[in-house]
Write a protein that binds this ligand. Structure first.
Ligand SMILES: *Cc1c(COP(=O)(O)O)cnc(C)c1O
Length: 466
């Protein structure tokens, strides 16, 4: 046995490393609520400790953990807490974190039934539960990917495959040179990852016909041009700024009549379909062909959790085909056929755990809770002089501006400096805006009030300096 083997066997045996990691992790849970929502300057400076040449000699696990604890931990964003409102960053359900912890030790590889029967089973169950919860067609299949970016790539690849195939063109074999045209319709508010997927798939971003949207960012149904069987229509459940939803019911009917393919980017918004109070927002989604969503945003699973849902199994699987003489297909589910990746984490287990923990009732409570807190924020900030709320708060997003762009931008910087909460900026109808995404179960009414107070303090400080 080599020295390295000996060392690592003893690390498994005495378990000190694992206990140490657990202790640090539990410290983090205990302290995160009291921490500032963005690392201090000192903590950021401390990251320089990692900037060293590739080590020549073997290291020591305990030292590595200590370095992370001392220099890494302070430079994390405590987004498992309740006052992080940047991007659309979900918090985390404790059970799913614990499940991740356990299953990390299993270190499963998820491509095939034979590489992980337990993952295969839980993918199958999660697929069934998602289809039921969201009210999608029975034949819908799910692939478990790293996030909506890859889910969009997979869904639009399925659309591309099917449309070409219907035109007697096998894109897998014949490629794109000389292929018949594909007509892409997407909202002018489409997320950057939609555009990325179109570019990667060789469909060409110059070929996108941009759809007009109303003042909330919803596609205006009447403005959508004629579609045909070569059209991919990409709609959105949850605008990344305003949280608004496109009119799926009307547009899916129109698309289906024309034989077009509809893909819905529902990264964070598709979960509205699993609630009683907000499911009116997703009316008609079941008439689409494929859907993208995340576990790690609205559902609050740990990061690295996305899903591609597609009712045309053959199109999805053929678009993402893999073969190899060593691949052992099984009569059970082989998850890799539904994803672009082959080796991957058994990430569906955390999504399964979230649904098992919450149940329909808990999904409703969690999602509606985010909506309630967003409405609370909008109501409270509207009462603070100097801030204007710009959107109808239909879901979890609020956009706010100050008197002019410069004041808005300076206020964002000041809010970020105060570190009581974290929010970012964006553009809305040409103006600089502050965007607030309520995306953690851990956000309480008090967190919202503290956030509003911090906004007020920041604006006051900026104005005093003028
Ligand atoms: C976050 C987001 C994406 C990208 O999803 P990732 O999980 O970050 O890859 C795409 N579309 C919308 C609307 C989003 O909010």
């Amino acid at each position: 046995m080599s020295d390295l083997q000996q060392q690592m066997f003893s690390e498994f045996e005495d378990k000190k490393l694992f206990k140490q990691a657990q202790e640090y992790a539990l410290d983090y849970i205990d302290s995160h609520r009291d921490r500032q929502v963005f690392p201090t300057e000192e903590a950021l400076e401390g990251l320089k400790a990692f900037d060293e040449p590739l080590p020549v000699n073997k290291g020591n696990g305990a030292d590595i953990l200590r370095l992370l604890q001392e220099k890494g931990g302070p430079a994390t964003i405590p987004q498992i807490g309740g006052r992080y409102f940047g991007l659309v960053n979900g918090g985390v359900i404790p059970t799913t974190l614990a499940v991740r912890n356990l299953t990390d030790y299993w270190d499963q590889n998820a491509p095939l039934y034979v590489t992980s029967p337990v993952n295969s089973m839980l993918e199958e169950v999660t697929q069934k539960w998602l289809v039921e919860l969201l009210g999608l067609p029975n034949q819908t299949v799910a692939g478990f990917v790293s996030g909506t970016s890859i889910s969009l790539l997979a869904g639009i690849a399925a659309a591309r495959y099917r449309i070409f195939k219907n035109n007697h063109w096998d894109v897998n074999e014949q490629g794109l040179n000389g292929a018949p045209p594909i007509n892409i319709l997407a909202s002018k508010h489409a997320h950057g990852t939609v555009i990325k997927a179109i570019a990667i798939l060789g469909l060409g971003t110059n070929n996108i016909q941009w759809l007009d949207a109303d003042d909330q960012g919803r596609v205006i149904a009447e403005s959508v041009p004629e579609m045909d069987a070569s059209t991919i229509l990409i709609l959105q459940a949850g605008n990344v700024n305003s949280g608004s939803f496109d009119p799926f019911d009307i547009l899916c009917d129109k698309a289906n009549k024309a034989g077009a393919w509809v893909h819905i980017d529902g990264a964070f918004g598709l979960w509205a379909a699993g609630t009683k109070q907000l499911c009116h927002l997703t009316k008609g989604i079941e008439k689409a062909h494929s859907w993208s969503m995340d576990g790690h945003k609205t559902l609050n699973t740990p990061y690295d959790s996305g899903v591609i849902l597609c009712k045309d199994e053959e199109a999805l699987v053929t678009a993402l085909q893999t073969s190899g003489a060593y691949i052992v297909n099984s009569v059970n589910r082989d998850g890799m056929f539904y994803t672009p990746e082959m080796s991957r984490r058994a990430r569906a287990i955390e999504l399964w755990a979230a649904l098992k923990y919450l149940g329909r009732e808990g999904v409703d409570e969690l999602v509606v809770g985010l909506h309630e807190r967003a409405k609370q924020f909008a109501a409270e900030i509207a009462n603070v002089e100097g801030f204007t709320v710009l959107n109808e708060v239909v879901f979890n997003q609020v956009i706010v501006k100050c008197a002019d762009d410069e004041l808005t931008q300076q206020t964002i910087s000041e809010i970020q400096n105060l570190r009581e909460c974290w929010v970012g900026g964006s553009k809305w109808e040409g103006d600089a805006v502050i965007r607030i995404s309520v995306c953690s179960w851990a956000t309480t009414e008090d967190d919202i009030s503290r956030t509003v107070a911090s906004f007020k303090q920041a604006l006051f400080a900026v104005k005093s300096k003028r």
